[in-house]
Design a protein around this ligand. Structure first.
Ligand SMILES: Cc1cc2nc3c(=O)[nH]c(=O)nc-3n(C[C@H](O)[C@H](O)[C@H](O)COP(=O)(O)OP(=O)(O)OC[C@H]3O[C@@H](n4cnc5c(N)ncnc54)[C@H](O)[C@@H]3O)c2cc1C
Length: 511
């Protein structure tokens, strides 16, 4: 882009986390001209640091947040249908011990959880005799009894990228590594001053804007939140350890401080453990786990698992900042996870997005665009409820057999017949990451040689080009830690090797 070029649009979306990307997708699909600006990489902050669950939030029932849980449970089913490649059902087991919440309370909570919203894809909850059930293996023998219920897992960072792709395919301009530095009311809209990471600047004139800057939402220049509205920034951290349990169940472990900690099968070879809730006042870009949190998470698992976990077992960790709507709750964990949309008073249309969850992003985006569109003279109705995300489309339409997330394995098997030369592990990874976009990635490939050199084990030039051309990947971290989690499976030197290759093999036409 040339210095100080000016671009016109209907809607400027500030922030390329799940909320910004979801809003850009919805608005572009209604025919609005959208520009999405993300200061770093897509999903480089909170939206890649979640527990990666599509869930109603069982524990929010204790805070009487029935409306939020119902909304999230409804969305759980909608999302599971929209992108079966990056999501799936997950069965949770809650081991029970007499010193915890009483069994009747848990049973009532699970009954509500089963019935608050229509549930088609996922099975109901049940009581378990853990001594006889496969999920009892690996737990301490004192846990004779437990409860099972269902939720979903999601690849959070890829969910954001798929929303941005969906937006771009409907005409939105997605500008990553572009930071909105100024926002001025220019009478009939907003004028934004934007600086790219390469130093160039540009101006955007937008008829309306959305502040979806997550933890930065209160720090946007020139548009302070209305009085009385604020965010509570709450850090949450996770640790990843070599796989702890020899089965595919996830656990919800109740803790003596009344919090819950999840232990989830992750990337086949690992267990993901989290999370914590710590009030946070620092720079959201610099958030990190501390030793006390690592110890807390190890202790949380050691109360239940047979194998003892020590901080030295941790192979990876990450932390994120929840931008929660401040409801002045007594504790960080009791603060609401619901969202609020706040109009900027007395100015051209601008909506601030406060709070929210990954699970409710689609509904949030629809609510934002439902409010903004009429102010822009747009009368196109909501459309995303039934719409697949990129890569989820052909999966759903590919014959009567492959109809939903529960049949994903069948679909992968069919692709094995179509690409018999592709090693099974690579096919499976491509299918999970790209869904039906696998065919774009493999267009005109007739054999392994067409994938190009392997820059790293299992990472070929063909995929790198796809990620750069279609998914805004620019750096080794974008590729190893957000577009994929290959970083977990490769030695630490992989980042330098890949970055060196990317620097030496620039692609024409990329910003
Ligand atoms: C530990 C933890 C666990 C969680 N687990 C779950 C879960 O299991 N399930 C669930 O549903 N939810 C979960 N959540 C909540 C969920 O992750 C968040 O609600 C969601 O990711 C917030 O998305 P966002 O788009 O608002 O913020 P972000 O993802 O932070 O996106 C905001 C973006 O705005 C950009 N930005 C800021 N200022 C500017 C600017 N001036 N110009 C351009 N760009 C800018 C930032 O770089 C950032 O990328 C969890 C959150 C945490 C922290």
């Amino acid at each position: 882009m040339s210095p100080q070029a000016t671009f016109d649009c209907d809607l400027l979306v500030i922030g390329g986390g799940i909320n910004g990307a979801g809003i850009a997708r919805d608005a572009a699909g209604r025919g609005l001209r959208v520009i999405l600006c993300e200061q770093h990489d897509l999903a480089s902050h909170t939206s890649s640091a979640s527990t990666k669950l599509i869930h109603g939030g069982l524990r929010y029932l204790e805070n009487y947040e029935f409306g939020l849980v119902r909304k999230a449970l409804r969305e759980r089913e909608v999302l599971l249908r929209s992108a079966p490649h990056i999501m799936g059902p997950l069965r949770f087991v809650m081991p029970h011990w007499h010193e915890q919440r009483p069994a009747w309370l848990i049973r009532s909570g699970l009954f509500l959880y089963d019935h608050l919203a229509r549930r088609v894809l996922l099975p109901a909850s049940e009581s378990l005799a853990l001594a006889k059930h496969p999920s009892g293996r690996g737990l301490q023998a004192r846990f004779g009894r437990g409860f099972a219920y269902s939720d979903g897992w999601v690849d959070d960072a890829r969910l954001v990228v798929l929303c941005a792709m969906a937006a771009a395919e409907r005409g939105a301009q997605v500008l990553t590594r572009h930071r909105v530095e100024h926002l001025a009311d220019c009478g009939d809209g907003w004028q934004a001053g934007i600086r790219a990471a390469n130093g160039t600047t540009l101006r955007v004139r937008a008829r309306a804007a959305v502040n979806a800057a997550g933890p930065w939402a209160t720090r946007l220049p020139d548009v302070p939140l209305p009085p009385g509205r604020s965010l509570r920034l709450v850090k949450g951290s996770h640790i990843v350890v070599p796989r702890l349990f020899a089965h595919d169940y996830a656990y919800l472990f109740q803790q003596p401080d009344e919090r819950v900690v999840f232990a989830i099968p992750y990337e086949h070879d690992f267990t993901l453990i989290g999370t914590t809730d710590v009030d946070y006042a620092g720079d959201p870009a610099k958030v990190g786990i501390d030793d006390a949190e690592i110890q807390y998470l190890c202790d949380a698992v050691n109360r239940f698992a047979e194998r003892r976990l020590a901080p030295s077992d941790v192979v990876w960790h990450y932390a994120g900042v929840r931008p929660l709507l401040d409801d002045h709750a007594a504790s960080a964990s009791a603060t609401t996870r619901d969202y609020l949309l706040e109009w900027q008073p007395a100015a051209p249309p601008l909506i601030h997005v406060l709070g929210g969850k990954l699970t409710t992003f689609r509904q949030l985006a629809e609510d934002v665009v439902d409010r903004l569109a009429p102010r822009l003279g747009n009368t196109v109705g909501a459309w995303t409820r039934q719409a697949p995300l990129p890569g989820g489309d052909n999966l759903l339409a590919n014959g009567p057999h492959v109809r939903n997330v529960l049949h994903f394995g069948d679909w992968v098997e069919q692709q094995g017949q179509r690409y018999p030369w592709l090693p099974a592990a690579l096919l499976h990874r491509y299918a999970r990451a790209y869904g039906s976009r696998l065919h774009t990635l493999l267009a005109h490939c007739e054999g392994r040689a067409d994938l190009g050199d392997a820059v790293l084990p299992g990472l070929h030039v063909r995929e790198l080009e796809y990620l750069r051309r279609h998914e805004w990947a620019r750096t080794a971290d974008d590729i190893l830690w957000r577009r994929s989690k290959l970083g977990l499976h490769l030695p630490a030197s992989a980042t330098a090797t890949l970055q060196d290759w990317l620097d030496r093999n620039r692609l024409e036409g990329l910003t």
